[in-house]
Design a protein around this ligand. Structure first.
Ligand code: GTP
Ligand code: MG
Length: 225
């Protein structure tokens, strides 16, 4: 529903822990979910800090990082929530699904069980989040080809079945990490502009363009977010 999308894509200025104190045009709340040890925290660290560690410190509850990206001349603040995969935190983590505009649903290509659980995670999204939340399926640890037990085609087929976009990724080797976030933001923006199509004052129908990490030059151009 368009109204919900507009409400979720917070516009304006935020103060405090959850968003910092900078100005932004839109704020998108994103969640990374999936079984424990698939690499959710590592994925977020790679994206936000360009860092990776092989030590495994299982997440307790939930944590988040903020990253700002630019799409056309709009500053989009991403509030990215990293959830604990362990079952015992499920009540806490599902409480954060509401209001999320996008999910990265992650499994580990070397762990069959994590792949089998994708369907359950998808059901959790349907149960606890808004209908229009967008989802990208990520098969992580694609650097570990020798230990692979989930074929790339199986991942692709499941994603197609569930109506999700799909990437194989590696937080370790920095493969498709940025692309996964960029695609998710693009889908959210496209969805928003579809919803706003009826209001020409808000959207201009400009084709979607690539996200960047740097501020745009000082010029006025239309954004379809
Ligand atoms: P929970 O917090 O328990 O839900 O786990 P998580 O999904 O956050 O997993 P985490 O990011 O902590 O990673 C688990 C282990 O996998 C760590 O030892 C990471 O170093 C390792 N790991 C994460 N991503 C990759 C990857 O892309 N390739 C390889 N080879 N190892 C990875
Ligand atoms: Mg974690």
């Amino acid at each position: 529903m368009p109204l919900l999308i507009l409400m979720a894509a917070t516009q304006g200025t935020t103060q405090g822990k959850e968003g910092g104190d900078q100005n932004f045009d839109y704020m998108f709340k994103l969640l990374i979910i999936g079984n424990s040890s698939v690499g959710k925290t590592s994925f977020l660290f790679r994206y936000a800090d360009d860092a990776f560690t092989s030590a495994f410190v299982s997440t307790v509850g939930i944590d988040f990082k903020v990253k700002t990206v630019y799409k056309n001349d709009k500053r989009i603040k991403l509030q990215i929530w990293d959830t604990a995969g362990q079952e015992r935190y499920r009540t806490i983590t599902t409480a954060y699904y509401r209001g999320a505009m996008g999910f990265i649903l992650m499994y580990d290509i070397t762990n069959e069980e994590s792949f089998h659980c994708v369907q359950d995670w998808s059901t959790q999204i349907k149960t606890y989040s808004w209908d229009n939340a967008q989802v990208v399926l990520a098969g992580n640890k694609c650097d570990m080809e020798e230990e692979r037990v989930v074929a790339a085609d199986s991942g692709r087929q499941l994603a197609e079945q569930l109506g999700f976009e799909f990437f194989e990724t590696s937080a370790k080797d920095n493969i498709n990490v940025k692309q996964t976030f960029e695609r998710l933001v693009d889908i959210i923006c496209d969805r928003m502009s579809e919803s706003l199509d009826t209001d020409p004052a808000v959207t201009t129908g400009t084709p979607s363009t690539k996200l960047t990490d740097s501020a745009p030059p000082l010029q006025q151009s239309a954004c379809n977010c």
